[in-house]
Design a protein around this ligand. Structure first.
Ligand code: OOG
Ligand code: NI
Length: 471
């Protein structure tokens, strides 16, 4: 190989980061082993059905990472590095008003945004940006010291950023430059052994341990790396059996006998890692910090806006019923609520415009004189088209908040209602000089393209969705 294209750089970066994290956090290596075992088991049991939401090749290699940065300038640099890997900022998550614990960050996920690129390698990274301007967390004095501290550090060397820019401009790098780029990029996310100022770290930790992890150190690091698994309940049982303490629950939708939608995640608790700490008198002593953890996820079908509204309503219903029966497990309550309200088949999700599918002409359909209708639900009923689920490639704010907070070392301190600053996807786009993509629009575009092809093949002008008309 003399040249690495964008996707090859992405795949190689993901692989090397995984190797690095496995050496840093041995429990992660166990998690990857168990995930692969479970995936093998599911494949053996369910056959081709196991690959309905992604080939086993894709699922085995699939990871998401999480990193946290302190300033818009740092986020813009992260965007250049991931830009070189064909990953665009997608989705906006504001975790500052999250329950049960507010986290002083806003986030986006960098990921490939087209189906072919996702199929080549779906690596994504959840990136959080600290918001020191938010007075509910940081008073003016602390914010100023935080900004001074952050403005003095350099997370990414110039050479790395220059290589990233040329990789993005040219769609890849020659082997020599690629090797250097990958070495610097992976190195930038390794845990540093630079001493941590104990007093400063603890001052921030009193506000939020996420703030301390971001602004209390002079470097950044990968916070967790998450493999994808085909049966997350089985994985949870197997990890527990191996003596690894998992968080109490699986976040997101329940296990049930209908189609999997969106995202289910769980994690094991942050582990104490040796770090060097510097005291006020300048002495450096070995100590421990507890910030990095392991997470695993199972992915389901992406929901349309209508499907997402239904999901939100079901979550609220689960909260209501669960509040009324404290001893019941949330996932059990959720399973009941889903059985009551969630369509039980992919076909119903498609016909009700609740989830995203791409559509293909059913090549095995017998000719029976029935003309193709312009209505999608009729095309499904008459067997003209077959739906293929679109996988949810993004994150869930409530699960993210749950994952963050189940791994906090303390509850932190946040004042009531005053002093929040407004942040949204537009703010973030401007801050990094790149448009933050809207996930639903990406799924919608994929579906629309497939329906245009179906319409052309069936000689129809347009196909009607239950929610409206598509050209
Ligand atoms: C990010 C937490 C969110 C997920 O998968 O929802 C997350 C973090 O801990 O930095 O990774
Ligand atoms: Ni995660």
């Amino acid at each position: 190989m003399t040249y690495l294209e964008t996707w090859q750089l992405r795949a190689e970066f993901a692989r090397r980061l995984s190797d690095l994290y496995g050496t840093e956090v041995p429990a992660y290596a166990t998690l990857v082993d168990v995930s692969q075992q479970v995936n093998g088991q599911v494949l053996a049991e369910r056959g081709a059905g196991a690959e309905r939401l992604g080939s086993i090749g894709r699922v085995t290699a699939e990871r998401h990472g999480a990193i946290r940065v302190g300033t818009p300038a740092e986020l813009a640099q992260v965007a250049r590095i991931f830009g070189a890997l064909g990953m665009s900022p997608t989705g906006f998550y504001d975790l500052r008003d999250a329950a049960p614990s507010p986290i002083p960050v806003i986030s986006t996920a960098f990921r490939p945004i087209t189906a072919p690129e996702l199929a080549r390698n779906p690596f994504r990274v959840f990136v959080s940006l600290l918001v020191p301007e938010d007075r509910r967390f940081f008073d003016a004095g602390l914010a100023e010291r935080l900004n001074t501290f952050l403005s003095r550090r350099r997370l990414f060397p110039d050479e790395l950023l220059a290589l990233a820019d040329s990789a993005e401009a040219d769609g890849g790098l020659d082997t020599g430059s690629a090797a250097r780029f990958l070495e610097l990029a992976v190195g930038a996310f390794a845990l540093s052994d630079a001493p941590v100022d104990r007093g400063w770290y603890q001052e921030l930790e009193a506000v939020s341990s996420v703030a301390a992890d971001i602004g209390g150190v002079t470097t950044t690091h990968i916070n967790h790396l998450t493999p994808r698994v085909l049966d997350i309940d089985e994985l949870y049982r197997q990890m527990t059996r191996r003596g690894i303490e998992m968080i109490d629950e699986i976040q997101g939708p329940p296990r049930w006998d209908g189609p999997d939608v969106l995202l289910r995640q769980t994690s094991f608790r942050a582990l104490a890692e040796p770090r060097r700490l510097r005291d006020a008198d300048g002495t450096v002593r070995p100590g421990e910090l507890r910030v990095r953890f392991g997470e695993v996820e199972a992915r389901g079908i992406a929901l349309t806006t209508a499907g997402r509204s239904l999901y939100t309503a079901l979550v609220a219903e689960v909260d209501r019923r669960h509040a009324g029966s404290a001893s019941a497990r949330r996932q059990d309550v959720a399973r009941q609520v889903w059985s009551d309200h969630m369509p039980r088949t992919e076909r119903e999700l498609a016909a009700g415009d609740l989830a995203f599918f791409t559509y293909e002409i059913n090549s095995t359909r017998a000719l029976d004189g029935v003309a193709p209708s312009a209505a999608l639900s009729q095309l499904l009923t008459d067997g003209w088209v077959v739906p293929r689920p679109v996988v949810y490639e993004d994150f869930l704010p409530r699960s993210a908040a749950g994952i963050f907070s189940s791994n906090l070392t303390g509850s932190g301190a946040v004042k009531d209602t005053d002093g929040g600053v407004h942040r949204d996807a537009e703010w973030m786009s401007a801050a990094i000089g790149r448009q933050v993509q809207e996930p639903t629009e990406l799924y919608e575009a994929q579906r629309a393209e497939s329906l245009r092809q179906v319409a052309a093949a069936l000689d129809l002008n347009a196909i009607d969705l239950p929610g409206g008309v598509l050209a």
